[in-house]
Design a protein around this ligand. Structure first.
Ligand code: ZN
Ligand code: ZN
Length: 246
C-alpha cells in the first residue's frame, strides 16, 4: 500500500491528510445538515493505488442513481481522465456475489458460461457441496445503487479487465447534500465531497515542492523529487500522475 496523498474537503475548504479525512467529512456533513439540504445520498469513499501513491475521493451518491451513472463518474473522474487513448474499456462493480458489468453482452455471456459450468458440476459431483459458496451472478449496470449498496458494505470496482485498476469502495451512512455544493436548480447524481490533491507533496531529498517521482532503492520505495533534485537523480523519473491510471 502506497502513501496516501493529502487532500481537500470541498464543503469547508480545509486540507486534511488521507487518514484524517474520513471522520472530518462525516462531521462536516453533519454540521451542514441544518443549513438546508438538496437531497440525501449515500456517502461512499473510494481508494485506488496508482504508481506513486494511493488516490482517494469521497462522494455523495443519490440512491436513484444507476450503477451505470456511477460508472460514468468513475470513468470521468479517474479512469479516462488523462486524455489518453485508453477509453471505453469494460468495467465491473463486484457487490456481494454479483458482478455488474458495463457491457450487457459480456454480462450475458458470463452468465451463460456460469450456468454451463454449474450444470457440468452438478453431473460430476453431487456430494462435497457443503463448503461451496453461492455462485457468482452476472448482471448489467441498469440497477439503482440504492437497491444494491447499503451502509457498512464494501465493494470493488474494476476498470479494464486486461490491465485492471481496482477501486475499493466503502459505503457509509446516508447524509444530506449541502446546498452550497450544487449550482442553481442542479440535482446531480454524484457529487464530489473531498479528494486527494497533488499539491503539497514535498521532495523526499530537500523538502521543496515535488513534481516528479521515482522508484528507488532496494525496497523499491517511491521517492518524490523537485526539479533540482531530479536533475541530479541517477534514476528514471516520471511526472506525478494525476489519476491512478495515468
Ligand atoms: Zn470540511
Ligand atoms: Zn529536492
Amino acid at each position: 500500500m502506497g502513501r496516501l496523498f493529502d487532500g481537500t474537503c470541498h464543503i469547508c475548504g480545509d486540507s486534511y491528510d488521507g487518514r484524517g479525512i474520513s471522520s472530518h467529512i462525516k462531521r462536516c456533513l453533519a454540521d451542514q445538515a441544518n443549513k438546508g439540504a438538496v437531497h440525501h445520498g449515500l456517502l461512499v469513499s473510494m481508494r485506488a493505488d496508482g504508481r506513486a501513491a494511493r488516490y482517494w475521493t469521497y462522494v455523495l451518491l443519490r440512491p436513484e442513481a444507476t450503477l451505470h451513472e456511477f460508472d460514468e463518474f468513475l470513468r470521468d473522474h479517474w479512469m479516462e481522465a488523462d486524455g489518453g487513448e485508453e477509453r471505453n474499456r469494460p468495467s465491473v462493480f463486484e457487490i456481494e456475489r454479483t458482478h455488474y458489468m458495463s457491457d450487457p453482452a459480456l454480462a450475458e455471456a458470463a452468465a451463460a458460461e456460469a450456468a454451463d459450468e454449474a450444470s457440468d458440476e452438478d453431473k460430476e459431483d453431487e456430494e462435497d457441496d457443503e463448503n461451496e459458496q453461492d455462485p457468482i451472478e452476472f448482471d448489467d449496470m441498469e440497477v439503482d445503487v440504492g437497491a444494491v449498496l447499503r451502509p457498512r458494505m464494501e465493494a470493488t470496482y474494476r476498470y479494464d479487465p486486461h490491465q485492471p485498476t481496482p477501486v475499493e469502495l466503502k459505503i457509509h451512512d446516508p447524509f444530506p447534500l449541502p446546498t452550497s455544493l450544487v449550482e442553481d436548480r442542479e440535482d446531480p447524481m454524484v457529487v464530489t465531497l473531498a479528494e486527494n490533491s497533488m499539491e503539497g507533496i514535498e521532495c523526499t531529498r530537500c523538502g521543496e515542492a515535488a513534481g516528479w517521482f521515482a522508484i528507488a532503492g532496494e525496497d523499491n520505495d517511491v521517492v518524490y523529487l523537485c526539479d533540482g533534485c531530479r536533475r541530479e537523480a541517477e534514476v528514471e523519473t516520471h511526472s506525478l500522475p494525476e489519476t491512478p491510471r495515468s
